[in-house]
Design a protein around this ligand. Structure first.
Ligand SMILES: [Zn+2]
Length: 113
C-alpha cells in the first residue's frame, strides 16, 4: 500500500510555563475542535504525565493532541502515514501517525536546533 508523508504540518506545544500571567486555577485552555477544557494547573499535570498536550496549530487554533492527529490524518486520507513537526519549547521533533496510532514517547528522528 502506498504511503505518503506530509512533512509540512507544524504544531507548537502550548507550555503551561508560558501561561504564568494567568491564574493557573482559573484560566482554562480549550481545544477548538472537541472543546475539552482544563485549567492551566490541571494541564501542567496532564502534560507532565503525557496524558494531554495542547498545540497551537497553524498559529491560530488551540487543539488537543487527539484532535490534531485526527485533523492531520483526515487531511492525509486513510492509510497514509503523516508526520507532524512538533516544536516543544526549545526542542523539536517529529511525530508520526500511521492511521491507527501515534506515539510521542519515542519520537523518531530527534533533531538539534
Ligand atoms: Zn480536541
Amino acid at each position: 500500500m502506498a504511503k505518503s508523508v506530509n512533512e509540512n504540518v507544524e504544531a507548537l506545544v502550548i507550555l503551561p510555563e508560558d501561561l504564568t500571567e494567568y491564574d493557573p486555577e482559573e484560566y482554562c485552555l480549550q481545544c477548538d475542535v472537541c472543546e475539552i477544557e482544563y485549567t492551566v494547573s490541571d494541564y501542567a499535570i496532564l502534560k507532565e504525565h503525557k496524558k494531554l498536550v495542547y498545540f497551537l496549530f497553524e498559529k491560530e487554533f488551540c487543539i488537543c493532541h487527539s484532535c490534531l492527529f485526527e485533523e492531520v490524518a483526515s487531511a492525509a486520507g486513510k492509510d497514509k502515514k503523516v508526520r507532524v513537526k512538533v516544536l516543544d519549547g526549545d526542542k523539536m521533533y517529529y511525530l508520526t501517525f500511521d492511521g491507527k496510532k501515534y506515539n510521542w514517547d519515542t519520537p523518531d528522528e530527534p533533531e538539534q536546533n
